[in-house]
Design a protein around this ligand. Structure first.
Ligand code: SF4
Ligand code: SF4
Length: 333
C-alpha cells in the first residue's frame, strides 16, 4: 500500500546557508530524487521555491495557524532572539523567531540542520550580539528558542543534525528514518544528535592513524603527520563519522590537510585558542581522547615517540609521501 508523503518545510535563519549548499552535493541520486524516493514532499525551501513572495507568506501563515498540516520542519541557521527578534523580520514585520516557534509547535518532527540551528554555532560565537541560539539548546545547555526539553506531539525531541556544515548523508539518512517513523529518542545521543553518525569519532579511519600511533606529528596544516599535537586536531574527541563516510566521494577535513575542529560539538566555535593550534601543558596537548586517562596517554606517547620509525618521522613533516616503506630483507618473509 502506498504510504502518504511527509510534507517538509525548510526554513533558514541566522546562518550562512552552507548546510543547504552541502546538501546539494547529494549525488546518485540527486537531492530531489532522493527526497521523493524516501517519501518526502518539499513544500517550501527559501533557495529552491517557485512560489512568489505572497504565495510563500500565505503558505507559512496557513502552516503556522494549523489550517494546513505540517509533518516535518527543518531549520537551518540559528534563531536570533536579540532585540526581541528584530534581527530577522519577515516582510509582514513579524519576527522570524516567533514564526519558527509557532511552526515547531505544529510540526510532528522538528529537525535542526547544522550546529547553528542545533546549538547556536558560529552565529552565537564571541559576544553574540544577535542573541543567536539553537532550537532547543543554547550552546551546551538545554534552552534555546523552545526552552529545552521540547517534544513534538509525536513525542520526539528536536533532532540535532549538528555539523558545520552537515554532511548530506547525515541529513538524508535522518530524513529517511523520520519519513518511515523509524527514528526514536533512543536513537539520539545526549545532545540530540543521531547516533548513526554521532556514536563514531572522526579519528576512526583517519588516514593519519599510523602517524598518531607513533606520535609523529605535523607542525603545519597540509603536512602528512598527525595534526593533534601541534595543529589543533580534535578528531579523537569529535563525534562524527567523517573518515568512514567520505565527503563528496573524496575524503574529509583531515585528508585535505586540515585539523578537525569538532564542528559537531555545541561550543566548537569558541575554543579559546586558534583553530590551528593545540594548547599544551608540560609539552602534552590539553585536549586528549575523552575516554583515556591522561597518565596513560603520557606514558604511551613517550613510548611511541621512542619507537617511531625513521620513515614515519620524516614523512610526518612533509606534504606528500616521500619515504616509502622498506621491502623485507632478502631471505626473510
Ligand atoms: S589527525 Fe586527528 S583524526 Fe587524524 S589521526 Fe591525528 S588526531 Fe586522529
Ligand atoms: S572532520 Fe571534524 S571539523 Fe571536519 S566536518 Fe568532520 S567533525 Fe567537522
Amino acid at each position: 500500500m502506498a504510504s502518504k508523503n511527509k510534507r517538509l518545510l525548510w526554513l533558514q535563519s541566522g546562518g550562512c546557508g552552507g548546510c543547504t549548499l552541502s546538501l546539494l552535493n547529494t549525488e546518485a541520486p540527486s537531492l530531489f530524487t532522493a527526497l521523493a524516493d524516501i517519501g518526502i514532499e518539499l513544500i517550501w525551501h527559501p533557495s529552491f521555491a517557485e512560489q512568489s513572495l505572497d504565495e510563500a507568506m500565505h503558505l507559512l501563515q496557513r502552516l503556522a495557524d494549523g489550517s494546513e498540516p505540517l509533518d516535518m520542519l527543518c531549520l537551518e541557521g540559528s534563531v536570533m532572539t536579540g532585540a526581541a527578534g528584530r534581527f530577522h523580520l519577515l516582510p509582514d514585520g513579524q519576527s522570524m523567531s516567533t514564526l519558527i516557534e509557532q511552526l515547531a509547535r505544529r510540526a510532528s518532527q522538528v529537525i535542526a540542520v547544522g550546529t547553528c540551528a542545533a546549538y547556536g554555532g558560529i552565529s552565537a560565537a564571541g559576544d553574540n550580539l544577535t542573541g543567536a541560539v539553537g532550537l532547543d539548546y543554547a550552546g551546551n545547555h538545554p534552552g534555546g528558542l523552545l526552552g529545552g526539553h521540547f517534544h513534538t506531539a509525536s513525542g520526539l525531541p528536536v533532532v540535532n543534525i549538528s555539523g558545520c556544515p552537515t554532511h548530506p548523508g547525515w541529513v538524508l539518512e535522518t530524513l529517511a528514518l523520520l519519513a518511515s517513523d523509524s527514528l526514536s529518542a533512543a536513537d539520539l545521543d545526549p545532545l540530540g544528535r543521531p547516533r548513526f553518525y554521532a556514536d563514531k569519532l572522526v579519528h576512526h579511519g583517519c588516514d593519519k592513524n599510523e602517524f598518531y600511533e607513533f606520535k609523529a606529528s605535523a607542525t603545519a596544516p597540509g603536512q602528512m603527520g598527525c595534526l593533534m599535537e601541534h595543529v589543533g586536531c580534535k578528531g579523537t574527541q569529535a563525534h562524527a563519522d567523517c573518515n568512514s563516510r567520505s565527503w563528496n566521494g573524496e575524503g574529509s577535513c583531515l585528508t585535505g590537510g586540515y585539523p578537525c575542529i569538532n564542528c559537531t560539538a555545541p561550543d566548537f566555535a569558541d575554543p579559546g585558542h586558534g583553530f590551528f593550534s593545540t594548547p599544551q601543558v608540560a609539552g602534552f596537548p590539553v585536549g586528549l581522547p575523552t575516554d583515556m586517562p591522561k597518565a596513560w596517554f603520557v606514558a604511551l606517547s613517550t613510548l611511541s615517540k621512542s619507537a617511531t620509525p625513521t620513515r614515519v618521522r620524516q614523512n610526518a613533516v612533509l606534504d606528500r609521501l616521500t619515504v616509502p616503506p622498506s621491502l623485507p630483507k632478502k631471505g626473510k618473509a
